[in-house]
Write a new protein. Structure first.
Ligand SMILES: Nc1ncnc2c1ncn2[C@@H]1O[C@H](COP(=O)(O)OP(=O)(O)OP(=O)(O)O)[C@@H](O)[C@H]1O
Length: 333
């Protein structure tokens, strides 16, 4: 179980984490989603006591990491796959870690088996591919058989087999009742493995909800209509009130184009006909989740890029992302 409350971390002028609060529950995979520089690694480092928060708290099983009596048994992490002396064998590396953390040496063979590195146990880490290093990092995280695992971008650099293996592993770990917290900057990746998502942008919380709820909120389809009479048609469409449905939303797209939510293509066509508006094309478009997520976090990225990081609680916009996906998300909550 992981819990952060009002967590803030500043590095000089840069606010890497800006008042984050959320919880990560056991028995499910929680995805930690955000573009590069959103503050994911910093949050994970704070959870693991590798850095001190400027303010707020990060707790593992109700305690700061530094106060855990047997940390290796409570939480294991993959933060940086390049860890480990290149001249050491995989087995020697894990044995040293086991000794340093009070974990029985017998666990080394077990975790090498789990991550598929048993046959490479006596090879030097220096000769490992990125995928093998990633597996070794995961082996190290699992050494203490911890109830909570934290994986920072675990599929980075993996080939397809490796990616499929990580997906299976995180699912199995959650099914065993563990708390599983996995970061990625790719919505598509987390969509395949996570039951719940915590989304950050510019160090701030953008969303914290079950995956199914976010998919429902973010993947609303819309109808695209192109018409030389778009202005008149927009007035007519906005006035439509389909019974029992949400109000119709009409946003301008490219010149002469409208993007309509809340009406089927047939209804848009009928209303255009009734209004005497010419229609040159009409089709339904599915918004991809990746698109919605990028829209949600886009303004926070631009803000951070333009300001060298958010400059403080008053300087940053209150709503993390004022894009239309953000408005839709908030309205549906
Ligand atoms: N030790 C540090 N000193 C100064 N700035 C830092 C430090 N660590 C992180 N930052 C800054 O804090 C912000 C958040 O970085 P962080 O690495 O946590 O983001 P992230 O979401 O994990 O992105 P990425 O996937 O690119 O690592 C960035 O602007 C980064 O440059």
């Amino acid at each position: 179980m992981l819990k952060v409350r009002d967590l803030t971390k500043r590095y000089g002028e840069t606010t890497a984490v800006d008042g984050l609060s959320f919880e990560v529950a056991p028995g499910r995979v929680t995805g930690f989603l955000g573009p590069n520089g959103a503050g994911k690694s910093t949050t994970m480092r704070l959870m693991l006591g590798l850095d001190r928060p400027t303010s707020g708290t990060a707790l593992v099983n109700g305690r700061p990491y530094a106060d855990l009596p047997a940390p290796a048994r409570e939480v294991g992490a993959l933060l940086d796959a390049s860890a480990g002396h290149p001249g050491r064998t995989a087995r020697a590396h894990l044995l040293a870690l086991a000794r340093g953390t009070g974990v029985p040496a017998a666990r080394v063979g077990a975790v090498l088996e789990t991550v598929g590195l048993a046959s490479a146990a006596r090879r030097r880490i220096g000769g490992f591919s990125l995928g093998m290093r990633q597996r070794l990092g995961i082996a190290a995280a699992l050494l203490g058989d911890p109830a909570t695992v934290i994986f920072d971008e675990p599929v980075n650099g993996l080939d397809l087999d490796g990616v499929l293996w990580v997906r299976r592993l995180v699912r199995d770990l959650a099914d065993e009742g563990r708390t599983v917290f996995v970061s990625s900057h790719l919505m598509g990746e987390l969509q395949l493995v996570a039951d719940h998502l915590v989304v950050v942008g510019g160090g701030r919380l953008v969303a914290d909800a079950p995956m199914a709820e976010l998919i429902a909120a973010w993947s609303r389809t819309h109808v695209v209509v192109r018409s030389p009479d778009a202005a008149e048609l927009a007035v007519r469409l906005r006035a439509a009130r389909p019974e029992g449905a949400e109000p119709v939303e009409v946003e301008p797209g490219a010149p002469g184009e409208l993007r309509v939510r809340g009406l089927a293509p047939e209804a848009v066509g009928d209303l255009a006909h009734a209004a005497g508006a010419r229609v040159h094309s009409l089709y339904r478009e599915e918004a991809s989740l990746e698109q919605a997520y990028l829209e949600l976090t886009e303004s926070t990225v631009r803000y951070a890029a333009g300001q060298g990081g958010s400059a403080g609680p008053d300087a940053a916009p209150k709503a993390a992302a004022p894009g239309s996906a953000r408005r839709r998300w908030r309205r549906r909550r």
